[in-house]
Write a protein of this length. Structure first.
Length: 121
């Protein structure tokens, strides 16, 4: 590679994509991953940084002492990003989450017992 531009080129499906294009392009993805196309450029940067971290970190040990597989860690990471994209895609869901956080901060909450004590079991 003779130039910096060539060094920054990523090859995907036999088509050269620059780093900038990779962060902005819309991809024909399987349905379960279409959320990726909704990520902003900054979110894509964060996604790829976290993905690399997930892939290179040693296999984690859970609090119960069991080892988690790298595939389980990757699946969890992808589910987290899918949930983030879903929350951000609907303004009413995001607004509901913010309202719930505000209620919690202002003490406008009920305990489980307050809600369900009079419900027959």
């Amino acid at each position: 590679m003779s130039t910096l531009k060539e060094a920054r080129t990523t090859y995907l499906a036999e088509h050269a994509l620059t780093g900038e294009t990779l962060l902005e392009a819309r991809f024909d993805l399987p349905k379960r991953y279409t959320w990726f196309n909704e990520l902003t450029t900054q979110e894509r940067l964060d996604f790829f940084a976290g993905l690399l971290e997930t892939l290179v970190n040693p296999v984690p040990v859970l609090p119960n002492g069991k080892r988690r597989t790298r595939q389980a860690a990757l699946d969890e990471y992808l589910r987290g990003w899918a949930a983030t994209a879903e929350i951000e895609s609907g303004p009413e869901l995001l607004q509901s989450i913010r309202a719930g956080r505000a209620d919690l901060q202002h003490g406008r909450i009920l305990s489980y017992a307050e809600i369900f004590d009079d419900v027959p079991r």
